[in-house]
Design a protein around this ligand. Structure first.
Ligand code: MG
Length: 412
């Protein structure tokens, strides 16, 4: 998986110092928002991201965050001035063909995919908790005076709970990590606009910081933007990843730390030239849909075929009466075919029936069609018999004889 990335951080318009820290290097990205008196918050976030970088060299991301947590605790123990400091941390790492995202605190991780911005992380703060419990409305939460109170940080509990999300990343995906200095000043729609309208990740990062400052800049602002340039044509993973709406934020226990060979493979990734990415529209959903459509079309075609091939009519072939299989004017691609010829000609057919036969007289089945032909012949004979005795002078002896079917299989 090939990535491109950029970061930007700013003190903002109000704060005296910047207590945010960030990591942005190939395969490891993090934003930490420190808190504590004086410069303690700055120390907390810096100690955390340094420990994260070091630990991530040989461990999975969750282990690295645990190490960061312990490093902040240890550092606070060495200096009474730092006691009580803590930091948020949201981080992502490339692990095989997935992106693993971890979160502690109220910084955020987003995924921007197909033009849509989705917050993957859950805010660990009082207001978000009250919101989840249904004790606040979204409107109340937005202006709640205690919305800065966070419920989970690094630097406090050695066994801190770490949220983990794994994302099957695809070419074109854009990850955004940020501190609350961004999203408290710039709403998600505006953030999505910036992600949509700037191709260069550095331009995105700079524009987001600019907008947060323009919105008031009441806190430090830090953003990391990570673009997935290449997804190594993960055909199998693709269908799994797109199998459900939750595909982009499937929270799963993180696998054990990658093996040394996996880590080497990961580093070698960038030098591997890969095939063009698998088209994203080939999902199991689209395949199922196509199959269902084929089934529907097939059964409709089958019905037409059955109807077109199992109906009969009596009509004329040239000037000979015949039994046809099909519909008089055909049905879609199914032209009628002669099922059985007769020796009757159109002129033998009684005048009252001639029109019907010329147009093609529908019959329920082959037997009915044969009976119809027999009737035609009988009526023709009766007509001749009725006219012959009374017209002695005009009788001709060359009247056409009633026909019989020429086929040998059956005789109507
Ligand atoms: Mg902050």
């Amino acid at each position: 998986m090939k990535l491109d990335w950029a970061a930007a951080s700013d003190t903002g318009q109000v704060r005296a110092n910047n207590q945010d820290s960030a990591v942005a290097e190939d395969g490891l990205f993090a934003v930490a928002d420190g808190m504590g008196g004086h410069a303690a918050g700055e120390v907390a976030s810096r100690v955390a991201v340094e420990a994260l970088r070091v630990s991530a060299e040989g461990n999975g991301l969750v282990e690295a965050v645990r190490a960061a947590n312990q490093a902040v605790i240890d550092r606070a123990d060495t200096d009474p001035a730092l006691r009580g400091m803590g930091t948020t941390m949201v981080a992502i790492a490339r692990e095989g063909e997935q992106v693993v995202m971890v979160n502690v605190g109220d910084s955020r991780g987003y995924l921007f995919r197909d033009g849509q911005l989705q917050q993957i992380t859950e805010d660990h703060n009082l207001v978000a908790q009250l919101l989840r419990e249904g004790r606040l409305t979204r409107e109340e939460a937005r202006v709640h005076p205690q919305r800065n109170i966070i419920t989970r940080v690094l630097g406090n509990d050695p066994d801190v709970e770490i949220d983990v999300f794994t994302v099957d990343a695809f070419r074109g995906d854009r990850f955004l990590l940020c501190s609350d200095g961004l999203f408290n000043e710039v709403d998600d729609d505006a953030v999505a606009d910036v992600l949509r309208n700037h191709r260069d990740p550095q331009a995105v990062a700079d524009e987001l910081v600019r907008r947060a400052n323009a919105g008031g800049g009441r806190d430090n602002i830090t953003v990391v933007v990570v673009d997935v340039l290449d997804d190594n044509d993960r055909s199998r993973a693709a269908s799994v990843a797109l199998a459900g709406a939750a595909a982009t934020s499937v929270a799963e226990p993180i696998p054990a730390a990658p093996t040394e060979s996996a880590r080497r493979a990961r580093r070698a990734d960038d030098s591997i030239s890969v095939e063009p990415p698998r088209p994203r529209w080939v999902t199991w959903r689209s395949v199922l849909f196509a199959l269902a459509m084929l089934l529907v079309i097939g059964s409709i075609a089958g019905s037409f075929w059955w109807f077109g091939r199992n109906t009969f009519y009596v009509g004329v072939d040239g000037d000979q009466v015949a039994i046809f299989r099909g519909r008089p004017s055909g049905l879609l691609w199914l032209d009628p075919t002669v099922e059985q010829r007769t020796t009757l000609t159109l002129s033998d057919v009684p005048a009252a029936r001639r029109d019907d036969v010329e147009k093609g007289k529908d019959q329920a089945d082959l037997a009915t069609a044969r009976r119809y032909v027999v009737n035609l012949r009988q009526q023709a004979a009766e007509e001749r018999a009725a006219t012959t005795p009374t017209s002695s002078s005009t009788t001709t002896t060359t009247a056409p004889s009633p026909g019989t079917p020429t086929t040998t299989t059956s005789t109507p």
